[in-house]
Design a protein around this ligand. Structure first.
Ligand code: IVH
Length: 706
């Protein structure tokens, strides 16, 4: 059953059982679980994919019923209920606060010519009062973030309220306080209310998404979602790690700034405004592709321009409709659309074993890229958009956003289009596949595509970090049946296999020696790396580390199948507990562990782990780097020499290592008054153990195909 069918079923249950008190616990319990899944899925569509399929009203009805169940049957509340976590019912957790002045939204235009018509209308209004009225405009970039009101009393930042419905929003003061560029004290004692936008820089989103993928979390679809999701986190310390920024664009209350002072002297104002413009200049600016291009080159996401009447007196006269001011209007950059055709459909076995349909397209140019493929996501999507093979489609892509199919151009159907059917077997191993909900899964543990991905993950930087084994080597080894599981990697130390390797073009003695060295070294790595490398659903880098820290014994399977033990780990969710116990109950996984142990891979949680313990460290450090030497390598050397690593600098960090182009982390380190070591020569002088890394790195790199 797909989500819309499931939702309909749930809605009719709710309709039929309005009075919860008439239901018994058994009836409610089953329904409760279904309702949780349903709300979680809608949250995902709304917050992450930005594509809700039900109205806010319908969503509220589902959510209210969930709350009602929990009120009547508190004994069945589970920690994975969306009422217990944050996303989706944000306002439950934040107090509401009223805006003194309503935060209006802007009317959108998509066509620069419409702006000329508006200009004429405004002229007419103004000319009633002043026959020769001239209008001068200012243009600002339109930030694509989360609108917020900041309130200052006397000098001091006292409150931040999200826009909400314009009248009432969430009080996010403590979270906004963590944003570095929000002034906490003004240069003058002013009672001022300002409006601005909270944003997550594109580069930060990229980094955070990488981490989220490593942690089996869904990446943020765009910077607006990322900013909104971050500012509504419960713990300000977590918000602090999201590197949000604010840009202010408006004063909301009647306040006079000290003579000669402008908004930009007090607040972070994006310095890209143009003033004194005539409507003709505006149209030109909107239509000039260079405008969009310039904004796209910034680290912040913009989705258009905002055009404002400059004179405050004129603003008073032309003022406002119910929802929108007339003195300002948004010009939205046209979303780039292109028509193309679906030539064929492939199926891919992905990271999470889900088989994803992907359309091969007649290549088409869109937002500066040539697109040849686009994801069809799942069969629900195909059904919803009524997509057929050979259909002509509209593709859309804007800014950093991944391209997607907007609609099928049904007028251009020829009758030769055919239905896209789910595959019967896995495209890689050809074994039958399983259909659960909207997805199809390959459940064959020996599927070569999955094997390849598992091995690639196992050897990767955050797992066993095996030097010398890259993606193409993994493909070659799996395709030639030299290895079939991650444990088989350790067979590469065997002489006979090495001889076999040398037969492949591009693999020479040196390469083989590098592989063997990497494989041997990996046997002595910390257990957290192995746990991360095993590809346990919902266990990423962080969870693997938490697990490794809690384990007491080399025979850790007992602990990892003990639900009580797992549930006691801070921050672990029910889903993760279930996934871990399931993983360590499965016979093939136990066999894999046995083999790894047999090859001498470290299973001792206490070994190699001491390097990580903060209390025993010589000091703690953070690092920001853009030298040739990989950052990870430097961090690892410091860890091996007894220093504790902080991913982000905090007050408790002792020192910061800075490579070129340090950026925001350096600013943060300075703000925190951390000791800073800059430039390689200075750093090596202070930490002589780094000389080894230098000699190792100076060695000529082996030239090979891999
Ligand atoms: S001025 C009275 N200026 O765009 C309206 N808004 O609906 C004052 N936005 O959520 C808004 N950049 O938060 C203004 N430079 C800018 C802006 C801007 C982004 C947001 C605003 C609102 C949305 C439009």
């Amino acid at each position: 059953m797909n989500l819309s069918e499931q939702t309909k079923k749930i809605q009719s249950f709710i309709k039929a059982h309005h009075d919860i008190s008439k239901l018994n616990e058994k009836e409610v319990s089953d329904f409760y679980i279904q309702l949780i899944d349903c709300v979680v899925d809608h949250n995902h569509l709304y917050y992450i994919e930005n594509k809700p399929i039900i109205s806010d009203k319908e969503y509220d009805e589902l959510f209210d019923y969930l709350k009602k169940i929990e009120e009547h049957f508190p004994q069945i509340i589970t920690s994975n209920s969306p009422t217990q976590t944050l996303i989706g019912q944000v306002s439950e957790w934040f107090t509401q606060a009223k805006h003194e002045t309503k935060l209006l939204s802007l009317e959108n235009t998509y066509n620069a010519k419409d702006l000329e018509e508006r200009d004429e209308r405004i002229h007419k209004i103004l000319q009633k009062q002043e026959p020769n009225a001239k209008i001068s405009y200012r243009v600002e970039p339109k930030f694509d973030g989360l609108s917020v009101e900041l309130i200052y009393k006397k000098w001091i930042f006292t409150q931040a309220i999200t826009r909400g419905d314009g009248l009432v929003g969430d009080d996010v003061t403590e979270n906004v306080r963590t944003i570095k560029n929000v002034p906490k004290k003004l240069k003058f004692p002013l009672d001022i209310h300002v409006r601005g936008e909270i944003l997550m820089p594109k580069s930060v989103r990229k980094d955070i998404n990488k981490e989220r993928e490593e942690e089996w979390e869904v990446p943020f679809a765009n910077t607006r979602n990322a900013a909104a999701g971050s500012i509504k986190l419960l713990d300000p310390k977590e918000v602090d790690k999201r590197w949000l920024v604010v840009h202010i664009y408006d004063i909301l209350n009647d306040v006079e700034l000290p003579k000669g002072t402008k908004l930009i002297d007090l607040f972070p104002v994006f310095p890209r405004e143009k003033t004194g413009l005539h409507i003709k200049d505006i149209v030109k600016l909107c239509e000039d592709p260079a405008t969009k291009k310039m904004l796209e080159s910034k680290d912040i996401e913009f989705d258009g321009l905002v055009i404002k009447t400059e004179s405050l007196e004129q603003r008073e006269i032309i003022w406002t409709t119910d929802h929108h001011p007339r003195w300002a209007v948004a010009y939205k950059f046209p979303a780039q659309l292109a028509a193309t055709q679906i030539l064929s459909v492939d199926f891919q076995v992905g990271r999470t074993w889900i088989i994803t349909p992907v359309a091969n397209l007649e290549p088409v140019q869109l937002s500066g890229a040539t697109l040849k493929r686009v994801s069809l996501h799942n069969f629900d999507f195909i059904k919803e958009k009524d997509i057929h093979l050979h259909d002509r489609i509209w593709l859309q892509r804007s800014g950093e956003v991944i391209p997607y199919i907007v609609s099928v151009i049904t007028d251009r159907r020829t009758g030769k289009e055919t239905k896209i059917n789910p595959p019967k077997t896995c495209p890689s191993c050809h074994e039958p596949i399983t259909n659960i909900d909207i997805h199809y899964y390959c459940t064959n543990p020996h599927c070569p595509e999955k094997t390849k991905q598992q091995i690639q993950h196992f050897v990767s930087k955050h797992c066993m970090d095996i030097n010398g084994i890259g993606e193409s080597l993994v493909d070659l080894l799996v395709e030639n049946k030299i290895i079939a599981t991650v444990a088989d990697i350790y067979k590469l130390s065997d002489n006979k296999i090495q001889v076999q390797l040398l037969k492949f073009p591009g693999i020479w003695d040196k390469k083989v020696a590098e592989i063997v060295k990497g494989v041997e070294e990996s046997k002595h790595k910390a257990l957290r790396r192995l746990l991360n490398g095993l590809w346990i659903p919902h266990v990423g880098k962080k969870m693997a580390q938490d697990l490794a820290e809690q384990l007491t014994h080399e025979d850790f399977v007992k602990e990892l199948t003990n639900e009580e033990f797992l549930s006691s780990i801070y921050g672990i969710g029910e889903k993760t507990v279930e996934s871990i116990t399931k993983f360590f109950h499965a016979k093939h996984n136990l066999k894999l562990l046995e083999q790894l142990k047999h090859y001498g891979v470290n299973m001792n949680p206490k070994k190699y782990y001491d390097l990580l313990k903060a209390s025993e460290a010589k000091g703690s450090f953070s690092i920001t780097w853009s030298f040739d030497l990989p950052r990870e390598k430097i961090a690892e050397y410091f860890q091996q020499n007894g220093y504790f690593f902080h991913e982000q600098p905090t007050k408790t960090t002792d020192f910061m290592l800075i490579g070129e182009k340090a950026g925001s982390k350096k600013a943060k380190a300075q703000e925190l008054w951390l000791k800073i070591y800059e430039w390689w020569e200075t750093i090596v002088k202070h930490f002589p153990f780094l000389k080894d890394i230098q000699t190792e790195w100076a060695k000529p790199k082996t030239q090979s195909l891999f």
